[in-house]
Design a protein around this ligand. Structure first.
Ligand code: ADP
Length: 305
């Protein structure tokens, strides 16, 4: 698996809906271009009405696009994509096994019976494969929906709000499942409002607003300047003053945690300055780039860190 192998490349995707009430047009998506590499988990983040569902529908081919291309290295996106909707529906009176088998046959998966049984076990439904789906919990249905979506080994799995309504245990479990799929080389595009989960899972984020992708952020890309966080035993105005030559991002409410922005080379100087000013430093670390900080920066929500 090469990190530079695009699994999905979209160029100039656009969609305008006509509005029969106002007779006006809604530009739901405007020239959206992006690509996702094999094994990359990409978050799709934006406020309601930003165009996330439209983008997913155009990529999936559920909705006809006005313009643009979807390229999957020559593969047919209808075959090379898997999809988990926000509220998956099932044949509730049939077993989990038959629900998967139906999709396995529909998508032409090899050895549909064997593959369906294998997925039941792999997705934590061992021993429940022959039970009716109507008896399943929300977490089990979520796992079944993912098993069903990957039955044909898609290159890219697209999920719409996969974390909505899950309890913390189910979120941890889902995170583990998705990391397993990533390790097998599957790429993912996840639309989500759960910025904490985006932090835990995603390699990159597409920020979308008013139908336009306004920023792509690679979460583990090296940065010229980074936020560094210094924790003192007791608050000290002298230390805050001594660090004033670095642009200050925040001082915590109790005054003990100071976050400044600096280049990597300056990090030893920050500690030295703090100690020289009489500060007793108990912890020092680069602050992780958080999806929530980026969200505030991109959408100017005024969230203070
Ligand atoms: P999101 O998923 O980010 O909440 P959507 O893609 O659903 O956003 O919607 C983007 C914009 O397109 C919104 O203004 C929405 O009202 C409009 N829209 C979406 N689907 C339709 C449709 N079928 N007909 C008319 N307008 C639509």
């Amino acid at each position: 698996m090469s990190p530079t192998n695009p699994a999905l490349s979209c160029t100039g995707l656009s969609k305008t809906y006509g509005n029969m009430f106002t007779k006006g047009n809604v530009h739901a998506l405007d020239k959206a271009s992006f690509s996702i590499q094999e094994g990359e988990i990409c978050g799709l983040v934006g406020p309601n009405g930003a165009g996330k569902s439209t983008l997913i529908k155009l990529v999936m081919g559920i909705e006809p696009k006005d313009e643009g291309t979807v390229d999957m290295s020559g593969l047919d996106p209808r075959v090379a994509l898997g999809y988990v909707p926000e509220r998956p529906t099932f044949f509730e009176d049939l077993s989990a096994y038959y629900n998967i088998l139906y999709f396995a046959r529909l998508t032409g998966a090899p050895d549909p019976e064997g593959t369906s049984r294998k997925l039941i076990d792999e997705f934590g439904l061992k021993g429940r494969g022959d039970d009716r789906v109507s008896s399943f919990s929300k977490g089990m249905k979520q796992r079944l929906a993912i098993a069903r979506a990957v039955v044909h080994s898609p290159k890219v799995l697209i999920m719409d709000e996969p974390f909505s309504g899950l309890d913390p245990g189910m979120m941890i479990e889902l995170r583990g499942l998705l990391k397993g799929l990533k390790n097998s080389g599957m790429a993912m595009l996840l639309s989500s409002h759960e910025l904490n989960e985006i932090d835990q899972l995603c390699d990159s984020i597409l920020f979308i607003k008013g139908g336009t992708i306004i920023r792509r952020e690679d979460l583990d890309a090296p940065r010229p300047r980074t936020a560094v966080q210094l924790t003192l035993e007791t608050p000290s105005e002298a230390v805050v003053g001594a660090l004033s030559r670095w642009s200050k991002r925040a001082v915590s409410g109790d005054g003990r945690v100071i976050t400044v922005e600096a280049s990597r080379e300056e990090i030893p100087d920050i500690v030295a300055e703090a100690v020289r000013a009489g500060g007793r430093v108990v912890e020092f670390r680069p602050a992780q780039v958080k999806a929530e900080d980026l969200y505030a920066e991109v959408f100017h929500t005024g969230v203070v860190t």
